[in-house]
Design a protein. Structure first.
Length: 248
């Protein structure tokens, strides 16, 4: 089983140690894990060089398991102002694609500079057969159709709408663009079934959003699970969803 949505690094007031996170995932039997550093959500505190070092160190520490860890470059518009070169970043680290978070990192597509950055990213992804994971939500700022024009323009890029929100928009994007898929991170069983019933079972990727799942479990239940226990629960849900998808 492949988990397409894993995080390492600083999330709010907690730091998730990269080696502990990925070791936990692989010990649970996951074949491959696509991960990004959530430290990038706080550009006011952390520079890209710190994130690059974070990823480089964990890949080295994983040893023979490093080929199962698939890093995504969490790209923010501010990086362009900092002179972060995409091609150089991919030469320095074995990135397998990009992560974009429109809400956390203020992707304002009414701004021509931000549009230029988006075009640069997606063009690079298209030329190099890379995966792009985009956070979606219900705020309006991170709606599933935010990058609609780019889905059409970059038809050879595989875009994944994390969380599939708002659901109706996500399904609309699936219906319009064969290069768009969704993942199961924080996806309800009801939403999963709606996507399947709409005819898009083959376009659903398994993703957990671990260890963010641990953080929110604590916020809701006040119970602090170990990373191992949390990922056991996350993997159990992914296995259930995978069985449902296969039966459809």
């Amino acid at each position: 089983m492949i988990d397409t949505h894993i995080h390492i690094g600083q999330f709010k007031d907690r730091y998730y140690d990269p080696l502990e996170v990925l070791t936990t995932v692989f010990e649970a039997g996951i074949k491959e894990a696509f991960f990004s550093s959530i430290t990038a959500s706080d550009t006011a505190t952390f520079t890209y060089s710190a994130i690059e070092r974070e990823i480089s160190e964990v890949l080295s520490a994983l040893g023979t398991s490093s080929d199962r860890a698939k890093p995504l470059l969490w790209y923010v518009p501010e990086y362009a102002k900092q002179g972060i070169n995409i091609e150089k970043a991919f030469k320095n680290l074995p990135y397998c694609g990009f992560k974009i978070h429109p809400l956390e990192n203020k992707w304002d597509l009414s701004d021509k500079n931000t549009v230029a950055i988006a075009n640069e990213i997606f063009e690079y992804a298209q030329q190099n057969n890379l995966f792009v994971l985009i956070h979606t939500g219900n705020s309006g700022v991170d709606a599933a159709n935010k990058f609609n024009d780019f889905f059409r323009k970059y038809s050879r890029v595989k875009f994944a709408l994390a969380h599939a929100r708002p659901l109706a928009q996500a399904i609309d994007m699936l219906s319009k663009y064969p290069n768009v898929c969704v993942d199961t991170a924080f996806l309800s069983l009801e939403s999963l079934n709606e996507i399947i019933n709409a005819g898009f079972a083959s376009r659903i990727l398994l993703g957990s959003d671990f260890p963010v799942t641990q953080y929110f479990h604590h916020q809701i239940s006040k119970e602090w699970r170990t990373l191992k226990k949390q990922y056991e629960e996350d993997a159990k849900q992914m296995k259930l969803y995978n069985e449902i998808i296969k039966r459809s």
